[in-house]
Design a protein around this ligand. Structure first.
Ligand SMILES: *Cc1c(COP(=O)(O)O)cnc(C)c1O
Length: 411
């Protein structure tokens, strides 16, 4: 396997050393093949929001398994999850399930182009929308971590219609609309960035994009693959009260199985085949196992107090890390919303990817290795958000902050 991994973000290339090989997960913990236990703040990049291998999710999966793993035909459970997503996410009137966030973003891009009859799109520097060609322009996540300019193998013709702007910069977006009149199909963004590290939207940014897209006959797409069901049950659009035309989802809605989804306004979604002419398909899409894990995970999240608990525990972690950095004399900034957090080794504030790049990544690498030795597993990159779960306890957070104090004293 190239680099020993099946996804580059799992490698330790940017922090130094070799990736750890894991054997099992439970609750807030992950164990490697040598039996070492870590407190896990990657949470399989978000899906493990209820805690790994939640007993109710496993029980539901065991029952579903006995009925078979894939039908390749309509399945009752797809309807259950579709209704849950439509009830939860303000913009979603119709939904299509796929198998990954990448697929959801590819499809939504085709859809906004089909609906508007325009080819150009706007994305933001440092935002990641999966690994499809059109999005590998100033992309975040592993592309940012590995410092790749853009990927070779992506023809210029596929990215020629991808325009980019700095995150949180409405003026830059206005300029793009002015320079490309009646040519821009839409804007896609992470409503809270997690793939360039954690960067929240400035006040008025999301609202401004909503107005600009409406004024210019373009569509607004929130890529909520990370934020959906994570920063609020209804995602960033519920949290910030800004309703996009279309939304992509993934990660949490699969409860740890491969699921993505895109949805939005009925008049736009009606263009998707077989209701309409825009083609998009999938052999394993909506398979009963993935739907079961998603349904049970959303049921758990709907219980009272879940997001309050995530917010409380994550704020405690984030505040604790910043406090320790200050006490030990390291320039640092960061923040959190619900169970999503970030921490940069730079004084900040960080409003966009350029600001994030001022971080001391060599120091982060040493910090990451130190935390591993203390039994804490963080994402192996300065440019990835971290995730907590309902299984993380106050004692886990206390242990993490104590470990950070020891590590930072010796950085
Ligand atoms: C993870 C992610 C994707 C890609 O999802 P995959 O399931 O890894 O293909 C797309 N957009 C955002 C915002 C993500 O965080």
């Amino acid at each position: 396997m190239p680099g020993g991994v099946n996804s580059p973000v799992r490698a330790f290339k940017s922090v130094g050393g070799q990736p750890i090989v894991f054997d099992r997960v439970k609750g807030a913990y992950i164990w490697d093949v040598d039996g070492n236990q870590y407190i896990d703040y990657v949470g399989t990049w978000g899906p493990a929001i209820c805690g790994h291998a939640h007993p109710e999710v496993l029980a539901a999966l065991h029952d579903a398994l006995d009925k078979g793993t894939s039908f390749g035909a309509p399945c009752y459970l797809e309807n259950v999850l579709a209704e849950m997503v439509i009830d939860a996410v303000p913009s979603v009137e119709m939904v299509r399930f796929v198998n990954s966030g990448t697929e959801a973003c590819m499809a939504v891009l085709r859809l906004i182009r089909a609906f508007t009859g325009r080819d150009k799109i706007i994305k933001f520097e440092g935002c990641y929308h999966g690994h499809a060609d059109m999005f590998l322009v100033k992309a975040g996540s592993g592309v940012a971590t590995l410092g790749l300019p853009d990927s070779p193998g992506v023809p210029k013709s596929t990215t020629a219609n991808t325009l980019t702007a700095p995150y949180n910069d409405l003026e830059a977006v206005k300029k793009l609309f002015a320079e490309n009149p009646d040519q821009i199909a839409g804007i896609i963004l992470e409503p809270v960035v997690g793939n360039a590290g954690f960067i929240p939207p400035d006040a008025g940014f999301l609202e401004g994009l909503r107005v600009l897209t409406q004024e210019n006959g373009a569509l607004l797409v929130f890529d909520e693959v990370m934020t959906g069901f994570r920063i609020a049950y209804g995602g960033a659009q519920e949290k910030f009260g800004v309703t996009p035309d279309l939304t992509t989802m993934g990660k949490v809605i699969g409860g740890g199985l491969p699921v993505g989804a895109y949805g939005g306004r009925r008049d736009i979604m009606q263009m998707v085949a077989p209701a309409g002419p825009m083609y998009q398909a999938g052999t394993l899409s909506g398979n009963p196992l993935a739907m079961t894990a998603g349904i049970k995970t959303l049921e758990l999240l709907k219980r009272p107090g879940t997001y309050e608990q995530l917010d409380r525990i994550t704020k405690k972690l984030s505040d604790g890390l910043l406090q320790v950095a200050q006490e030990t004399g390291h320039a640092a900034c960061g923040g959190q919303i619900s169970g999503m957090f970030g921490f940069f080794f730079t004084a900040g504030p960080v409003h966009n990817y350029e600001d994030a790049k001022l971080s001391d990544t060599a120091k982060f690498g040493r910090f990451h290795r130190g935390m591993l030795e203390h039994g804490v597993y963080l994402a192996p990159s300065q440019f990835e958000a971290g995730f907590t779960s309902l299984a993380h306890t106050d004692a886990d957070i206390d242990r993490t902050i104590a470990a950070a104090r020891q590590v930072m004293q010796n950085l």
